[in-house]
Write a protein that binds this ligand. Structure first.
Ligand SMILES: Cc1cc2nc3c(=O)[nH]c(=O)nc-3n(C[C@H](O)[C@H](O)[C@H](O)COP(=O)(O)O)c2cc1C
Length: 208
């Protein structure tokens, strides 16, 4: 099966956040508007993502719509580590809205939802949320999944539904960033800094 066909599906980029005993959140691309009357949206979350468990407990979640001006560090912070053992909000600009932590800096808008259903989808769950509040924050272009891959040169980790394993394209030396998954082609200089998440060369592992 040629799974690259699925890469032609278009998505946006979002942070979903929630709170039970602590603030949690992660990057998602799988958000869809389901209805317009009393709007319902759906998001899809890996069962191993901590945010999944917390939304099931709190029964509510917030969405921040990323803009093209959003700092790529937000994506590495929220998309490549788990809220189970890291406070992802510690260095982030956020506001508490309806009891939820909501990222607001360089975000297009936020949406607050109450959970109305969870549908089992094998490795993932689909969460259906009733929109109870929403606000536009600025007019910057929303970041698309294509923009994230082609302009920011970002990757998706294994727990993202759209993950596709990288195929080796050549015998050229390659190094992968263990924090954000960025792949550097060619030998890695000692003073190298990851262009996505800003960590130094010691965080890179040789993969080819
Ligand atoms: C570009 C991108 C898209 C992602 N999309 C999803 C998604 O739609 N659903 C999902 O469950 N995880 C997705 N992820 C992975 C989660 O953000 C990641 O596993 C995160 O570390 C989970 O954090 P948590 O354990 O605090 O919930 C995505 C990550 C990236 C970088």
């Amino acid at each position: 099966m040629d799974k690259t066909v699925l890469q032609d599906i278009s998505y946006g980029m979002y942070i979903v956040s929630s709170k039970a005993s602590k603030n949690v959140g992660c990057v998602i691309n799988t958000l869809t508007q389901v209805t317009s009357e009393n709007p319902i949206i759906s998001i899809c979350l890996n069962k191993d993502n901590y945010t999944n468990q917390v939304i099931k407990k709190s029964k509510k979640f917030a969405i921040s719509i990323l803009s093209e001006k959003c700092n790529p560090n937000i994506i590495s912070q929220f998309g490549f580590q788990t809220s189970e053992n890291v406070d992802k909000f510690q260095n982030a600009v956020y506001q508490e809205i309806s009891g939820l932590p909501v990222l607001t800096e360089n975000m297009c808008a936020y949406i607050i939802c109450e959970l109305i259903d969870v549908i089992d989808a094998e490795s993932h769950d689909v969460f259906m949320g009733r929109v109870i509040d929403l606000k536009k924050l600025n007019n910057i272009n929303p970041m698309t999944y294509k923009y994230y891959h082609e302009v920011i040169k970002g990757k998706a980790p294994k727990k993202a539904p759209t993950y596709i394993e990288d195929k080796k394209e050549s015998n050229e030396e390659q190094w992968v960033c263990s924090i954000c998954g960025y792949v550097h082609k060619g030998p890695i200089p000692e003073d190298f800094v990851c262009p996505i998440c800003g960590v130094d060369a010691s965080n890179f592992q040789k993969i080819n």
